[in-house]
Design a protein around this ligand. Sequence first.
Ligand code: NAD
Ligand code: UD1
Length: 304
Amino acid sequence: MRVLVTGGAGFIGSHTVERLLAQGYPVRVLDDFSTGHLDNLPHHSRLSIITGDIRSRRVVEEAMQGVTHVLHLAAQVSVAASVEAPVSSASINVTGFLNVLDAARAQRVRRLVYASSAAVYGMPARLPIDEDAPTAPISPYGLEKEINDRYAALYRDLYGLPTLGLRYFNVYGPRQDPNSPYSGVISIFCRRLREARPLSVFGDGLQTRDFIYVGDVARANAAALEGGLTGVCNVATGESISLRTLIKALGAVAGKQPLVSYGEARAGDIRESAADNRRLVTALRVSEFEPLGRGLTRLWASCA
Ligand code: NAD
Ligand code: UD1
């Protein structure tokens, strides 16, 4: 495989690039560095980096020259930003996505794997959520990812381009930007605990999430590129915990009791989230996920 990773300088992208390089594959990164950082990437003889925007067809075509596989991660990733500026969000997440998908068709790329999201499910009617559950996004971001899934399926059926959308649940780990208010709860809590500030819980803390370590997501991405599965696939551990349990685990790792303040629940928040990950385990053969305590220990060490 010769792999193009769009958004490769970001949180999930950089961990995946490291993994692909370690597995011996040449990797090219296309990133506009809007939220990604050059520092996230290693110096490596098999890694090349192109600075550019996926909204430019010319840039995408150039980046795809000589590539056999594409991992498309570049996106406007904030749900809240998509609510505030839906047109600008869609220009990256729909038009930019289509640029990548169509260039992959035109250049006869062998396989395209892309980042979808658990956000496509919205408020689930029943748990755990499997890939056949109805999609009902409650944000422009979720709708954009659902549109990606539909376009990708159409391109597979219409043009024979093998595509796979990975529906990530709550990803955590080093390099997730804790400074953004829209960052994942774990990176925000880690930073606050380091700074001896109280953790602010939105609601009663009994809401549940499936938190998956970024190294496991990188493993899933690599397996998805190497395998033959098409369609969509949940990427999650299959085990959900409440924020209260998370806070206890974080306190144990940090060796101090976190101060916690409880406030209003966030509008549009999903109460319970639980994933059925059988497709990931059986079709992509990704299992034995990083236990939360170990993942938190790694994150805590990196969050100095
Ligand atoms: P991130 O912000 O760290 O990574 C996104 C990368 O894309 C960044 O490096 C950014 O610079 C780049 N980028 C953004 N717009 C671009 C453009 N127009 N052209 C070129 N590059 C551009 O976020 P992440 O958490 O690593 O997310 C990666 C993918 O996974 C995204 O598609 C996101 O929607 C999806 N996802 C993430 C989560 C999560 O929990 N982190 C959950 C579900 C889905
Ligand atoms: C996550 C994804 C989102 C996706 C959704 C799909 C991230 C950053 N977001 O949203 O892209 O649409 O899954 O299910 O990964 N919380 C606090 N205090 C804080 C921050 C958050 O209590 O300081 C709470 C939130 O209200 C929420 C929970 O923690 O109940 C998780 O929040 P967050 O990490 O933002 O992720 P999701 O909202 O699940």
